[in-house]
Design a protein around this ligand. Sequence first.
Ligand code: ADP
Ligand code: ASP
Ligand code: MG
Length: 402
Amino acid sequence: MKFGGTSVADLDRIRHVATLVKREVDRGSQVAVTVSAMAGETNKLVGWVRELSPMYDAREYDVVVAAGEQVSSGLLAIALQNIGINARSWLGWQIPVRTSSMHASARIEAIDNAQLDERLARGEVAVVAGFQGIAPDNRVTTIGRGGGDTSAVAVAAALKADRCDIYTDVDGVYTTDPRIVPKARRLERIAYEEMLEMASLGAKVLQTRSVEIAMLHRVPVRVLSTFDPDKGGTLLCDEEDIVEKKPVSGIAYSRDEAKITLHRIDDQPGVAAKIFGPLADAGVNVDMIVQNVSPDGKKTDLTFTVGRSELQRALDAIEKARDTIAYREVTSTADVAKVSIIGIGMRQHPGVAQTMFRTLADKGINVQVISTSEIKVSVLIAEEYVELAVRALHSAYELDAA
Ligand code: ADP
Ligand code: ASP
Ligand code: MG
């Protein structure tokens, strides 16, 4: 069982979570619980670090931000003990959850299940602090924002759990973010592949890495509401287990985007390598790319997108490589957002992208960059139109709730 930040936001909610855990224990299950920090705590801790030093040491950042989960795991263990459940908290290093040394966005590499298995067999509930682990050099690490989901699925995989129930503030995965589209519909099931695209394209209901691990280890994951646990729910499953394959199952959006254009670069072999090499060296992830046709066959423009928080780093890398790339001018903006349609049914249905372009055109929304894969189409648009675009597409693909 995993409980996110809003589910453990205060003591009353932690008491409520304890009753949900007890219910599961009373059903005869062996239970490991992962918790996130109380709502708002991680942001507060991140804020302190940044305020103290914009150029902070990532190892110390991890020590500070991992603290939120230490508090919530201890509190939940106490709440469980109060209602007669034998429970014990576990920090990342105590299990241990071994991760890479990439501080602030470490990858879980191995979870030692020996102690947990033994305690669970004795009827003890393990309350695991999510989001944290330990690097090869024994320093505390964290695994990226929203990482509580990944901790939960990784623990479930390590314990070979029958199920991983992710309890959150919505009662499942919806066709799109219910906060911006009230007509969004809950999906009974979603294929791992679709959920992976949804998550990586911005739906923050599950962290992308958690879906990768679930897919790899075939962990049956359910998304449920902490506040209405017996209602709804969404099951992540194999594609074959989905009967009705609509062309589009969901819509995701991301505001974490920025666009860079290099003007008048040479239109000849090797130029793209000269541009993206320095960006890769600077650790910048490039997402969408489009190169314009050159009217004279000599010079062209190249546009690409990067995460908004990486914009400055990307611009610096390009400036440094100015002599090798030989561009005339570089322009950039952070006022962009990415909207994506996702569906395994897209493979069978032609004309899916066309509906997207028609719908956006009818609303007067200009498409700046397009990228596609087998089961998604993404467009880059002006940020101010995100909600309008998502709602219009939601209706156009007949996803609106009745
Ligand atoms: P937690 O703190 O439990 O981890 P999050 O805030 O990380 O919860 O994730 C849940 C939120 O994800 C929901 O409140 C919802 O606004 C948002 N969300 C975005 N896209 C979707 C979607 N397609 N389905 C459900 N929720 C979504
Ligand atoms: N507390 C962490 C965060 O806010 C992890 C999580 O909530 O999943 O990012
Ligand atoms: Mg989350």
